[in-house]
Design a binder for this molecule. Structure first.
Ligand SMILES: Nc1nc2c(ncn2[C@@H]2O[C@H](COP(=O)(O)OP(=O)(O)OP(=O)(O)O)[C@@H](O)[C@H]2O)c(=O)[nH]1
Ligand SMILES: [Mg+2]
Length: 603
C-alpha cells in the first residue's frame, strides 16, 4: 500500500510538472505560481520520524533493522553523538556531513561513524552539526526522513541537548524503552518534554529477546499504566520488538527469525500511519488544486479563441469596458480586506475577554473541587501507611489535574473560536470574494459571448491552533519532605493531627496555583490571539491573491491577443488552430489527472 501511495504522489508531481511547463510556455505567470507552490508542497512533504530514548535503548539498531542494513553505528558504550538524518536516494548510498561553520563534506558511507560517534569523534572535535545519509528504502520514499538521535541521559551533556533541540522539528517519534527495565524517572521526564512537541509517539519495548514472555507481559503492563495514566497518553500502544533479531533476520533473509523479532507487527502500524495520517488527505487536496488550475487554463483558452475571432477595434472597445470593471473590482477588494480586519479584531477582543472570564468557572472551580475530594479521601483514611502513600502522589496529582482543567479550558475556547472564525469570517468573506470573481467572469462571458466554467474553489480552510500548547505548573514538590517527615515521626503522632496539617498544606498549594493562574494564562491568551491574527493575515493574502489572479489572467490574454493582432504576420485561422491544439493538451492533462485522483481515493 505504501508503495502505491508513493507512486501516486510521484504521478501527481509529474503531471504538475507538465502543467507547469505548459503554463510557462503560455506565459501564464499566475498558473505557474500556483502550480509551483503545489509542487513545492508535494516535494517537501517532508516527514521527520525521529527515534528517541535514553542511551543504549537500541535506537541506532532499530533504525538499521527498519532499513535492513547496518547504516548507523551501534555499540555497548554510549555511541551516537550527533543527529543522523536518513533520506531516500535512488542512486545508492552516500553521506554528507554538515559542520558547525555551515560547510559540508561528502563522505563514503563507511566513514559515517568517524563523524557521528563519541568513540571516533570525542567531544565533537570535528565540529559536526549533523549528518545526512542517503539510502534506498521503501520507508523513505515520498519525503519520509528517519532520524537517529544521541541517547538522552549521557554523561556528555552536549548529547542530551542535541536530542532536545531536535524535538521541534519532529513530526512523530518512536520512543524506545527496553524490556529488561521498567520505565525510569529519567525516561518519564524526557517523555514529558517530548509530549510538548510531538503529537504522535510510538512506543517500542526493545530487546524483547532478552526476557521470557511472562516477564515481557508484566513490563508491558507496568509501562502502559505509567504512559497512559501518569503521562496522560491515551490508548498508548507499546510494541515489543527485538531490533537486533530483526536486523539479523533481514540480513540473513530469515523470515521465521523476522517474525520472532516482532518487528513486522510494528512495521504494519507504521506504514498505515504514514499512509493515512500523512498521505491520502494531502494528495486529495493537491489533486483538487491541480484540477482547479486546469479549469482556469481551459477558461483562458476558450476566451482566447473568441478574442482571436474578434476585430481589433472591437477588442479595444471591450478592453475599455473591462478596465472600468477592474477598477470596481479593486475597490471591492479593498473593502473586503478592511471588513476582514475589522471583524477579526472584534472576534479577538471577544475571545480574549471570554477566556479571562472563564478561568474562574472552568479551572478555579475544578481545583477547589479537587481539594474537597482530597479532603474527603483523607478523612476516610485509617492508616498511617495509606496517608503516606497518598502524599507521595499528591503533588503529581494536583499538577496533572490543574493541567487537565487548563487544557480543557483552552480546547473549549479554541473550538469555539475556530467555529466562529470559520463561519463568521472565512465563509462569509470567501463567499464575497468568490462572488466578485464570478461577477468579473460573467461580465467577460457576456462581453465575448463565451461560456466559462464557474470555478468553485473553497479558498481557505482554517485550522488555527497554537502549537504545542502546554500550561506548566511549577514542579516543586512540597509534599516530599512532608512524606519524609511523616515517615520519621508517625509513630509518635496522632493520625488526626497529621491529616490536619496535610490538609492545610493542600489548601496552601491550591491557593498558590489559583493565585498564579491569571498571570500565567495571560501569555496563553495572547499567544492564541496572535495565532488568530496570523490566520487573518493569511486569509487576506489568499482572498486578495485570488481576486487579482482572476483579473490579471484575463488582462494578460486580452493584451497578448491585441499585440498579436497588431503584428503584420497575424493569421486568424493559424491562431485558432493553435488554441485548439492547446485545448487538446489541457484535455489530456485533465484525463491523466482524473485517473490519478481516482486512484488516490481508492488508496
Ligand atoms: N539483545 C538485544 N540487544 C540489543 C537490541 N537492540 C540493541 N541491542 C544492543 O544494545 C546496545 C545498544 O544499541 P544501540 O543501537 O547502539 O543503542 P542506542 O540507543 O543507539 O545508543 P546511543 O546512541 O548511545 O544512545 C548494542 O550493544 C546493541 O547490540 C535487541 O533488540 N536485543
Ligand atoms: Mg545510537
Amino acid at each position: 500500500m505504501l508503495e502505491t501511495y508513493q507512486k501516486r504522489k510521484s504521478d501527481l508531481f509529474l503531471v504538475s510538472n507538465k502543467i507547469r511547463d505548459f503554463a510557462i510556455k503560455r506565459n501564464d505567470k499566475e498558473a505557474k505560481t500556483i502550480i509551483e507552490h503545489s509542487m513545492d508542497k508535494i516535494q517537501k512533504n517532508q516527514f521527520n520520524l525521529v527515534t528517541l530514548g535514553q542511551l543504549k535503548r537500541g535506537k541506532s539498531t532499530f533504525i538499521n533493522s527498519i532499513l535492513g542494513k547496518p547504516i548507523c553505528y551501534t555499540d555497548i558504550l554510549p555511541t551516537s553523538s550527533s543527529i543522523v538524518e536518513i533520506k531516500n536516494s535512488p542512486n545508492g548510498d552516500e553521506a554528507i556531513i554538515h559542520f558547525n561553520d555551515n560547510t559540508t563534506k561528502k563522505i563514503p558511507m563507511a566513514e559515517l561513524h568517524a563523524y557521528t560517534t563519541a568513540q571516533f569523534n570525542p567531544n565533537n572535535e570535528k565540529r559536526v552539526s549533523k549528518a545526512e545519509v542517503y539510502v534506498q528504502s521503501e520507508y523513505l520514499t515520498g519525503g519520509m526522513t528517519l532520524v537517529d538521535t544521541p541517547g538522552e541521559g549521557s554523561l556528555d551533556e552536549t548529547h542530551n541537548a542535541i536530542a532536545y533541540d531536535y524535538l521541534p522539528k519532529a513530526d512523530a517519534a518512536i520512543f524506545l524503552i527496553t524490556s529488561d527495565l521498567p520505565i525510569s524517572s529519567a525516561e518519564y521526564k524526557f517523555l514529558q518534554e517530548i509530549k510538548k512537541y510531538i503529537h504522535k509517539i510510538f512506543f517500542l519495548l526493545n530487546k524483547s529477546d532478552t526476557i521470557n514472555n511472562t516477564d515481557l507481559y508484566k513490563v508491558l503492563q507496568y509501562n502502559k499504566e505509567i504512559i497512559e495514566n501518569r503521562l496522560g497518553i491515551k490508548d498508548a500502544k507499546i510494541f515489543p520488538v527485538s531490533a537486533k533479531l530483526a536486523l539479523e533476520a533481514k540480513l540473513e533473509k530469515n523470515s521465521d527469525k523476522l517474525k520472532e523479532s516482532k518487528l513486522p507487527n510494528f512495521e504494519e502500524v507504521l506504514k498505515e500511519f504514514i499512509l493515512n495520517e500523512k498521505g491520502k488527505v494531502f494528495l486529495i487536496a493537491e489533486g483538487k488544486r491541480l484540477k482547479f488550475i486546469i479549469d482556469k487554463l481551459r477558461n483562458g483558452l476558450k476566451l482566447e479563441k473568441k478574442m482571436v475571432n474578434t476585430e481589433i477595434e472591437e477588442l479595444l472597445k471591450k478592453k475599455k469596458i473591462l478596465e472600468e470593471e477592474i477598477k470596481n473590482q479593486r475597490i471591492e477588494k479593498v473593502r473586503i480586506l478592511k471588513d476582514v480586519t475589522r471583524m477579526v479584531n472584534g472576534l479577538r477582543k471577544e475571545i480574549e475577554q471570554r477566556m479571562v472570564d472563564s478561568i474562574e468557572s472552568k479551572i478555579t472551580k475544578n481545583i477547589l473541587k479537587f481539594k474537597e475530594d482530597k479532603f474527603t479521601e483523607i478523612n476516610q483514611l485509617k492508616k498511617h501507611s495509606d496517608l503516606k502513600q497518598m502524599i507521595n502522589n499528591l503533588n503529581f496529582d494536583l499538577v496533572e489535574a490543574t493541567k487537565e482543567y487548563t487544557r480543557k479550558w483552552f480546547t473549549d475556547e479554541q473550538e469555539d473560536a475556530k467555529f466562529k472564525f470559520n463561519t463568521e469570517i472565512v465563509e462569509r468573506y470567501t463567499s464575497e470574494a468568490n462572488q466578485l470573481v464570478y461577477k468579473f467572469q460573467k461580465i467577460v462571458s457576456q462581453l465575448f459571448d463565451v461560456e466559462l466554467k464557474e470555478i468553485k474553489e473553497k479558498f481557505f480552510e482554517k485550522e488555527f491552533i497554537i502549537n504545542n500548547f502546554e500550561f506548566s505548573v511549577d514542579s516543586k514538590n512540597p509534599f516530599i519532605h512532608f512524606a519524609e517527615w511523616l515517615g520519621r515521626t508517625f509513630l509518635g503522632r496522632v493520625l488526626g493531627s497529621q491529616k490536619k496539617s496535610i490538609k492545610s498544606h493542600i489548601e496552601e498549594q491550591c491557593n498558590e496555583i489559583i493565585k498564579a493562574l491569571p498571570e500565567k494564562l495571560t501569555k496563553v491568551i495572547y499567544a492564541f490571539s496572535d495565532a488568530i491574527h496570523k490566520s487573518e493575515v493569511e486569509l487576506k493574502s489568499l482572498l486578495s491573491r485570488d481576486i487579482e489572479i482572476n483579473i490579471k489572467t484575463i488582462e494578460r490574454i486580452l493584451n497578448r491577443t491585441i499585440e498579436n493582432m497588431k503584428n503584420k504576420t497575424f493569421e486568424r485561422a493559424e491562431n485558432e488552430k493553435e488554441v485548439d491544439g492547446l485545448m487538446g493538451v489541457v484535455d489530456y492533462f485533465e484525463a491523466e489527472l482524473d485517473v490519478i485522483n481516482e486512484d488516490v481515493w481508492n488508496l
